[in-house]
Design a protein around this ligand. Structure first.
Ligand SMILES: *[C@@H]1O[C@H](CO)[C@@H](O)[C@H](O)[C@H]1NC(C)=O
Ligand SMILES: *[C@@H]1O[C@H](CO)[C@@H](O)[C@H](O)[C@H]1NC(C)=O
Ligand SMILES: *[C@@H]1O[C@H](CO)[C@@H](O)[C@H](O)[C@H]1NC(C)=O
Ligand SMILES: *[C@@H]1O[C@H](CO)[C@@H](O)[C@H](O)[C@H]1NC(C)=O
Ligand SMILES: *[C@@H]1O[C@H](CO)[C@@H](O)[C@H](O)[C@H]1NC(C)=O
Ligand SMILES: *[C@@H]1O[C@H](CO)[C@@H](O)[C@H](O)[C@H]1NC(C)=O
Ligand SMILES: *[C@@H]1O[C@H](CO)[C@@H](O)[C@H](O)[C@H]1NC(C)=O
Ligand SMILES: *[C@@H]1O[C@H](CO)[C@@H](O)[C@H](O)[C@H]1NC(C)=O
Ligand SMILES: *[C@@H]1O[C@H](CO)[C@@H](O)[C@H](O)[C@H]1NC(C)=O
Length: 888
């Protein structure tokens, strides 16, 4: 192991080993493996809309009597519990296990007869002046005007009308069938709904960065890198391209984007999301969904909600106060609903003691009522625990069986029986079927031209079901553009970068290399380490059609300058590495840190990272090289924050390039930035601390898989940089930080209220808000246009004051009035400005009333805080250049 870059892959109970040649792999799987190339076990997979008139009646979902809840029927068989015991000190146990899983019923509501009336159908009133006219998600507002709130109400109304008409002739069994997946591996996609009459059925497929288990498709940069571009145009373009590839493969519902917050730095799936700030994650989710759905595929916002770590993800209860849930964790889902989102995936975990897929408060209360979500909710793969979840808001069970290959289901004939004996009203099944069909109509998937599924996730070598359709188009160019825009320059002493025709260049570390054993898809679901790290592991992965490593790209570039080019890839031979660096003009050391989904274990990391230090001896490698070379450049491929303290201040470490997870074009993009063809403009989407203890929340360890692990979000609103600011802790690199090869000056801050006051009811709502009165409650109250349309314009000027062209990412941080209980600074706006040397541009960013509101728990509405609001505009969460006060 020390002499090899290949880490032993341990596959946890429900995953199975890859067919990679000559690897020490241990399969604990008891499931049949498909063909050698096959995806083996994806395990538990991966796992927003118009305002509506507030005057309409809320639904009735009321028990007609009360009775004690039923014992749980939850399935423990699918739990993985193979966590390593040698936890380093940075990982603090913070919780205790208190509740026995088999005691109370999981659905939170008793099995008794209910009544049901569907949430009011969406508004078809004329669009409000000053916002985007009513439209279809296939024609979203232009990305250049982010202030416009699209109004998809009319499109939803039409889609619901078509859906209602469609199910009129359907039997109860047919309506139930569209809610019930066919069971694991019973179809060509990771999730499948069978055809019903002339309705062709549905293909549900991962993933958040490309079409999983499909060939001739693109592996896009991970969402965490898309977020670190801080460029809406690229987030949108990535969504469009991913959407086109899913449509091209005949996928109806793409199981992404993922928008969990990254509360814990070690969280295994953080890289699948858009970083540690709800505003940034909200923009990421919004633009990605507008892009994907404009291409015609249904997006799926996941994982709803409060699923922030892999350890015990199926038996942990995330206990969060209502205000924090609304302001931090719901925020990206709110933006998703505003983007016309078609579907939501509820998560494995419990929320305040009730499973997320059985949770009336989060599903019916927040999602369908407050946010006015018009699409449907599916379970994560086997995250459902009862038939009664239909009454708490679940619309579709995935993959359909109660556990893998069980041949049983909570919906199907069970749901039919509950309807027949009067427990669940047929009106609710009508609503479930209507929502599922409405999402299909919303995206025009009823068109006879919509591609049929043309790949087979489980039998990739079966020629009868795989047409090998090439959906790549020119998306590699977009991947390269996102990649180079996502690179964050963290340190650059004496203009070490960009490189200027170095005479001698060496690349050091296996992370610079291609996989030396078996190509880019060596490990099942990327669950292993060999060569450059470009995405994490788990269901959020896809197969590489190609992958350009740094080694290939830098060698090709070095030839242009006649540079003497060399490499040293043995991470554990420090003497060799140091020797290779002697007398080189530049030594570039490549580090990595990986994580993924908990059904695969890599080097003892059960999904979540065991620590925040570099893998593969990385810190020692940098130190060895820097001891011999006074121009040592470090490139980091990491899923999230790393502690860089062992060498960050080393005088011979002249530059640090944060590359994240770049997907297929990583080598090319790094050459672009390091040689200066592109000026770096990426910004950190999270804080890099000096010590793991500096973060406000730690990974919750413990749990035995049978009891509920309680995780209380004690930090509340003080996630990531909000905590560092409030507790006055100096990070190594703050949220929003990133350097450039040029310099920018900020001037002329202007804060101007947006004049327009809404007419009629909206004008009254705005006046009430201004007076500090509670907002309205009801269907769509949190996504209402009066709340989200621009209220303030923040304008300023930026000038490029040095000698190369570059892009600045100005950021707007709001400082709430003292006493509002908010963190010192919260991100509320950003944009990207490209400037030639000497050029200056006037820039404006808008703030909505929602941006200026806090969630008032008592009135259950968004309210302004009383007192003085101020804001800062700057280059990071700590580098403020302009300050002003808002006059409300
Ligand atoms: C509903 O699904 C069940 C189980 O897959 C199947 O046996 C039945 O034929 C389906 N019914 C209809 C009407 O499609
Ligand atoms: C959920 O748990 C948090 C933390 O224990 C608590 O503050 C909050 O009141 C709980 N919310 C509900 C609705 O029970
Ligand atoms: C479920 O949530 C809805 C919407 O908030 C509410 O009207 C209803 O009373 C809740 N039902 C139960 C059983 O708590
Ligand atoms: C489910 O059905 C299949 C096919 O009939 C059978 O092979 C399998 O054993 C069944 N599984 C269970 C858990 O009964
Ligand atoms: C109905 O659900 C129960 C669990 O509540 C399960 O044990 C049973 O197998 C299901 N029936 C069918 C036919 O799937
Ligand atoms: C309806 O069926 C379910 C499942 O068999 C059962 O738990 C429930 O008690 C039944 N309700 C009535 C009123 O018979
Ligand atoms: C951190 O985890 C990585 C990956 O498992 C391992 O290589 C490294 O040695 C660990 N670091 C420490 C300090 O334990
Ligand atoms: C920096 O590198 C030079 C070789 O260029 C070496 O002599 C010196 O000792 C190094 N400095 C440190 C602090 O390691
Ligand atoms: C770095 O080392 C080289 C010799 O390898 C030397 O020419 C150069 O002056 C040194 N640079 C600094 C800044 O010490």
């Amino acid at each position: 192991m020390r002499s090899s870059a290949v880490l032993i892959l341990l596959v946890a109970a429900r995953a199975s080993a890859s067919a990679a040649p000559s690897l020490s792999t241990l399969s604990l799987s008891s499931f049949p493996l498909p063909s050698p190339l096959s995806p083996t076990h994806p395990g538990a997979s991966s796992s927003s809309s118009p305002s509506t008139p507030l005057s309409r009646l809320p639904p009735t979902l009321l028990p007609q009597s009360l009775s004690p809840s039923m014992p749980s029927t939850s399935n423990l068989a699918s739990l993985s519990s193979s966590r390593s015991n040698n936890s380093p000190p940075s990982v603090l146990p913070t919780t205790t296990s208190i509740r026995v899983l088999t005691e109370p019923g999981p659905s939170g509501i008793p099995i008794i007869p209910y009544t049901f009336a569907a949430f009011p159908s969406p508004s078809s009133e004329p669009p409000i002046q000053g916002v985007y006219p009513a439209s279809s998600p296939k024609l979203p507002p232009p990305v250049e005007i982010p202030a416009l709130a699209p109004d998809f109400a009319l499109a939803w109304t039409r889609a619901h009308q078509k859906a209602k008409a469609k199910i009129e002739s359907w039997s109860l069994e047919e309506k139930v069938n569209i809610t019930t997946g066919v069971g694991w591996e019973n179809g060509r996609c990771v999730g499948n709904i069978a055809p019903i009459g002339d309705f062709p059925g549905l293909c549900l497929e991962d993933a958040p960065l490309g079409v999983r288990f499909a060939d001739f498709a693109t592996v896009f940069p991970a969402a965490i890198n898309a977020a670190s571009t801080w460029k809406r145009s690229l987030l949108r373009a990535r969504g469009v391209a991913m959407g086109k590839e899913h449509v091209g493969k005949g996928v109806n519902i793409a199981l992404g984007p993922m928008m969990n917050i990254g509360r814990v730095a070690q969280g295994g799936r953080n890289w699948e999301g858009f970083g540690a700030d709800p505003f940034l994650a909200g923009v990421g989710a919004y633009e990605t969904i507008l892009g994907m759905q404009s291409a015609g595929v249904q997006a799926c916002a996941k994982h709803y909600i409060d699923s922030e770590q892999e350890n015990q993800r199926k038996v942990e209860s995330s206990n969060i106060d209502d205000r924090t849930r609304h302001e931090i964790y719901v925020a990206p889902f709110l933006r998703s609903v505003m983007a016309g989102l078609a579907s939501v995936m509820c998560s494995f975990n419990l929320v305040n003691g009730t499973y997320a897929c059985e949770n009336n408060n989060t599903l019916n209360g927040i999602l369908k009522n407050e946010l006015g979500f018009q699409g449907f909710v599916m379970s994560d793969w086997h995250a459902q625990h009862s038939t009664m979840s239909a009454m708490t808001g679940l619309d579709m069970t995935m993959p359909g069986d109660i556990f893998f290959f069980s041949n049983t289901t909570y919906f199907g004939t069970n749901l039919t029986a509950y309807v027949q004996n009067g427990t669940i009203p047929e009106a609710r099944v009508d609503d479930m079927a209507t929502r599922i069909l409405a999402s299909w109509y919303l995206l025009g998937q009823d068109s006879p031209n919509y591609p049929k599924t043309n790949f087979n996730a489980f039998l990739p070598l079966d020629e009868a079901t795989n047409e090998h359709v090439d959906v790549q188009d020119n998306h590699g160019e977009l991947v390269r553009e996102i990649d180079r825009s996502s690179v964050v320059l963290l340190k650059n002493v004496n203009d070490a970068l960009p490189l200027k025709k170095p005479r001698k260049l060496v690349l050091i570390g296996s992370d610079a290399a291609p996989a030396h054993i078996a190509g880019p898809n060596e490990f099942s679901d990327q669950g292993g380490v060999d060569g450059v790290l470009t995405i994490g592991w788990g269901s959020g992965t896809a197969w590489f059609t190609y992958k350009i490593s740094p080694y290939e790209a830098f060698q090709a570039r070095a030839r242009i300058d006649h540079t003497s080019f060399s490499w040293f890839f043995d991470d554990f031979n420090l003497v060799g590495a140091a020797t290779a660096a002697v007398e080189q003009d530049v030594a570039i050391v490549f580090l990595q840190s990986d994580s993924g989904e908990g059904y695969i274990t890599v080097d003892g990391n059960v999904g979540d990272r065991n620590n925040l230090t570099a893998w593969l001896n990385g810190d020692a490698l940098v130190q060895a090289v820097a001891s011999q070379n006074n121009n040592t450049v470090v490139v980091v491929n990491s899923v999230g924050p790393l502690i860089l303290e062992p060498w960050i201040d080393h005088p011979n470490v002249t530059a640090v390039v944060w590359a994240g997870l770049e997907g297929a074009e990583t080598g090319n993009a790094l050459v672009d930035v390091i040689y200066g063809a592109v000026n770096p403009s990426g910004r950190l989407p999270y804080t890099i601390a000096k010590s793991p203890q500096d973060y406000p929340a730690q990974l919750a360890l413990g749990g035995n898989g049978e009891e509920i692990l309680n995780i209380t979000y004690l930090e509340g609103l003080f996630v990531d940089y909000r905590h560092f600011d409030a507790a006055n802790i100096t990070p190594r690199f703050e949220f929003g930080f990133g350097m450039s090869y040029t310099e920018f000056e900020y001037s002329d801050l202007n804060l101007v209220p947006v004049e327009y006051i809404g007419e009629g009811q909206d004008g009254q709502l705005e006046a009430n808000w201004l007076a500090g009165k509670p907002g309205p409650q009801g269907v769509g109250s949190s996504t209402a246009l009066w709340l989200h349309r621009p209220a303030f314009t923040v304008s300023f000027t930026i000038q490029n004051t040095a000698h190369v062209a570059g892009t600045e990412i100005p950021q707007v941080y709001l400082h709430f009035p003292v006493g509002a209980g908010e963190p010192p600074s919260v991100l509320r706006g950003f944009t990207d400005v490209e400037l030639q040397p000497g050029e200056e541009k006037s820039v404006s960013v808008t703030l909505s009333r929602y941006d200026l509101s806090v969630w008032d728990v008592r009135s259950q509405s968004w309210m302004r805080a009383l007192g003085t609001y101020s804001l800062s505009v700057g280059a990071s969460s700590r580098d403020f250049r302009l300050k002003g006060t808002l006059s409300l």
